[in-house]
Design a protein around this ligand. Structure first.
Ligand code: ADP
Length: 459
């Protein structure tokens, strides 16, 4: 039931509010018992019906406080601390008034329970800011002084406990003054000490809560990092498995070709053919290794050269001759459209060359003879945008998100073109992203694909 207020300057207000209510049940029971005891010892001295009424009033308002507290514990208010403090103020004020009334009907200054004011000053010190301790010390002092002075001047009647203390004590000016002086002094000293101690405790509690909170936050961060590490570790293991598999295949093929020759299974006139096959597999292996090295270099951001201001169109023109020749070999229509006056971008020339070669050779590779490959270069307000469009095999929507993963090749691509590492697009993606750009694809199976990249214009 005692929920903790969120990050309060007055920690455990909920718990302490409940304690104050419980204390009041004890007080009212004790007060009634003491009154009956006094009535027994000093018959007909105390106005018992009035005392019972006062006890009933205290019981009722404590019941109301209890109800209010249970509502307050489930409040959705944005500032529950303010509500709790207001509630504590009301309780302490009402209690001090009730105690004064009770004292009046139980022999006033003759009743040593006036010391009970100290309890409420202590409660105020614990529950409320320091200034309130002094305010309530003042409030209690004024009420009690007014009571005894009013009785002293006989403005109100004094109820005397005959036989408890000497009669007419409340009429002795010196006694009244000394008691008042002692009580008021005690109340203020108590307010000072209790609120100072409470303040230190509150500060410590707050610091503790703060460090607890930051520990929790850090633990959460650590857990997140741990999960991310585990994910990366899994991805790394998977990557190593894939790499070893890819590296093993050509070596195994070359080894078996050589074994065929060495064991004399290949007649001399076919040996050349087998050696050429072996060389092709060795070249594939080399291409794979060089792609892997590029990928590792990009991953570690380990580059010897600094990015420079380059003209993306220049680099495109540098590769078009070779690409044009390849396209013609495959009977493809190849064209290049470049917007004039394109601004430079900041990048490494070899990276941009790789970008163009990869996208254009893919377009050529995955387009059937008779198809078209169009390369265009344009700009928008912040980026220089390159586009490679083809009328090739295209792909299905579910294949597109996996395209930039290492070693991913669609089944259709594998069937059409045996050669390919499946690393080109992941290298290209890393290149583009390392310069703050992005790359994306639009495609339709059987209709063709459009790969676009955007590189930020140099400032
Ligand atoms: P590779 O071309 O060596 O297989 P990439 O990483 O360059 O590796 O490409 C990955 C896969 O993306 C290809 O295997 C193919 O399935 C698909 N792909 C790339 N470009 C195209 C394209 N222009 N048309 C259709 N599919 C493509």
């Amino acid at each position: 039931m005692n929920k903790q207020l969120p990050f309060s300057l007055y920690p455990r207000l909920t718990e302490r509010t409940d304690q104050l209510i419980q204390l009041r049940w004890g007080v009212v029971t004790g007060a009634l018992a003491a009154s009956f005891g006094a009535d027994f010892l000093f018959p007909d001295s105390l106005p018992m019906p009035i005392l019972i009424v006062i006890a009933a009033v205290i019981t009722i308002y404590n019941g109301l406080f209890l109800l209010y507290a249970s509502r307050l514990h489930t409040t959705t208010s944005k500032d529950p601390e303010r509500l709790y403090m207001r509630f504590a103020n009301v309780q302490i004020m009402v209690d001090i008034i009730a105690l004064t009334v009770l004292l009046h009907f139980t022999a006033g200054i003759e009743n040593p329970f006036y010391l009970f004011y100290i309890v409420y000053i202590t409660a105020a010190s614990i529950l409320l800011p320091r200034v309130y301790s002094f305010l309530y010390a003042g409030f209690a002092s004024i009420l009690f002084s007014a009571l005894v002075v009013a009785e002293y001047w006989q403005l109100i009647p004094h109820i005397h406990l005959a036989g408890f203390v000497s009669p007419q004590r409340y009429q002795r000016g010196l006694y009244v003054t000394v008691v008042l002086f002692a009580l008021v002094g005690t109340l203020f000293i108590c307010a000072h000490l209790a609120s100072a101690i409470a303040e230190v405790l509150r500060r410590r509690e707050k610091e503790l809560m703060e460090s607890n909170l930051s520990c929790e936050v850090r633990a959460g961060e650590l857990a997140r990092l741990n999960a991310r590490l585990a994910e990366l570790d899994k991805a790394r293991s998977q990557f190593i498995r894939l790499v070893t598999h890819e590296l093993r295949a050509p070596v195994a093929a070359i080894q078996s070709y050589l074994r065929l020759i060495l064991d004399g299974y290949v007649p001399p006139e076919r040996q050349m053919e087998i050696i050429q096959k072996s060389e092709r597999r060795a070249l594939e292996q080399l291409a794979l290794i060089s792609d892997l090295l590029d990928l590792a270099r990009l991953q570690e951001k380990r580059d010897e050269t600094e990015p420079e201001l380059i003209d993306v169109a220049d680099i495109l023109h540098g590769v078009t001759d070779l690409m044009q020749a390849r396209a013609e070999d495959k009977d493809l229509l190849f064209s290049v459209e470049v917007e004039p006056d394109l601004p430079p971008v900041r990048a490494r020339p070899e990276h941009v060359k790789r970008l163009w070669t990869n996208l254009i050779s893919n377009a050529i590779k995955y387009t059937e003879p008779g198809g078209i490959v169009v390369v265009s270069l344009l700009q928008n307000p912040n980026y220089v945008v390159g586009v490679v469009r083809d009328t090739g095999i295209g792909m299905m929507p579910e294949q597109m998100p996996r395209l930039f993963e290492e070693f991913y090749r669609t089944e259709e691509a594998k069937a059409m073109e045996r050669q390919g590492t499946g690393l080109g697009l992941s290298i290209v993606k890393r290149i583009v992203e390392s310069y703050g750009g992005r790359i994306w694809v639009e495609s339709e199976k059987g209709k063709g694909s459009k790969f676009s990249f955007a590189l930020p214009k140099a400032a």
